[in-house]
Ligand binder design. Structure first.
Ligand SMILES: Nc1nc2c(c(=O)[nH]1)N[C@H]1C(S)=C(S)[C@@H](COP(=O)(O)O)O[C@H]1N2
Ligand SMILES: [Mo]
Length: 268
């Protein structure tokens, strides 16, 4: 067991190992080629494990049917994190960070609170989240403290939740384009002990999950039960465990580690 009493060490760019630098450059360069170039590599592994709509895997369908509303789920300029095979996923998944998890949580009465300006608050149960399509994601989870681990998570896409409940737009109507969305999405634990802010493009990333499973089992308490964020385009710090509230806003939401002097975006 590890404790998180000390602050995570945020590596500066020059402190990265050569390996990390190469990986970073590789990931960055994906953006230049666009989504299409990813098809031969990790993308297929990701797509092939996804729920199907008709005969076309859901993520591809979304890209192909660019005129349909479903395409609004994704912003176009985003790279995908590499994915891995099931047997590459760690069995003993690290636990790191207990902010906002110190008080016991009654799983039976837990609810997800969603707030946005100009709209009534929305309260959802875990079962509501589970009615959305389920995705499995096996990726290399990276903590700013310098470790990474291939991990297997399962849950609903954050973008699907946003689209399904017509959330996150200033009009309160389904989005007609990226500009309709609020700039940020903030998340906090029920006790407000930990909180993160995400730019909306990251929140809408097709690999951003509201995870309720790890290694095919319901989440353990210290991994963020009943529902946590898994967002591979960000370092671990943004992967908030035990989500209590989600709030859309144009102003930058408060962020636990940004308040302590670290980069707000901690992107990968
Ligand atoms: N509520 C909460 N979520 C959190 C943290 C935390 O302290 N509290 N730590 C973050 C950090 S720094 C990391 S690396 C990951 C670790 O997730 P894990 O414990 O499931 O490995 O959770 C993130 N989410
Ligand atoms: Mo972390």
């Amino acid at each position: 067991m590890e404790t998180n009493e000390q602050e995570p060490h945020m590596p500066e760019r020059e402190e990265l190992t050569t390996d990390q630098q190469i990986r970073r450059r590789t990931i960055k360069s994906f953006a230049w080629f666009g989504l299409a170039s990813l098809v031969p590599v990790g993308f297929w592994k990701y797509v092939s494990s996804q729920p199907k709509e008709g005969s076309i895997p859901a993520p591809l369908r979304a890209i192909l049917n660019s005129n349909e509303q479903v395409a609004n789920m994704y912003f176009s300029n985003q790279h995908l994190a590499p994915t891995f095979a099931l047997d590459e996923a760690a069995k003993n998944v690290r636990i790191n960070g207990r902010e906002g998890l110190r008080s016991p949580l009654d799983q039976a009465t837990w609810q997800l609170q969603i707030q946005q300006p100009g709209r009534d608050n929305l309260t959802l149960s875990l079962d509501d989240v589970k009615t959305l399509p389920k995705f499995d994601l096996i990726f290399d989870f990276k903590c700013v403290e310098g470790w990474s681990q291939v991990q297997h998570w399962g849950g609903a896409r954050l973008a699907d939740l946003i689209t399904h409940y017509k959330l996150g737009t200033r009009t309160g109507q389904p989005a007609t384009g990226e500009a309709d969305y609020f700039n940020y999405l903030g998340m906090e634990t029920p006790d407000k002990g930990y909180y993160v802010g995400l730019d909306i493009a990251s929140a809408m990333h097709p690999q951003a999950l509201l995870a309720y499973e790890m290694n095919g089992e319901p989440l353990a308490d210290l991994h963020g039960a009943p529902l946590r964020l898994i967002i591979p385009v960000k370092y671990g710090v943004k992967n908030l465990k035990r989500i209590g509230t989600m709030t859309f806003a144009d102003e930058r939401p408060r962020d636990f580690w940004a308040e302590r002097g670290y980069d707000y975006h901690v992107g990968l």
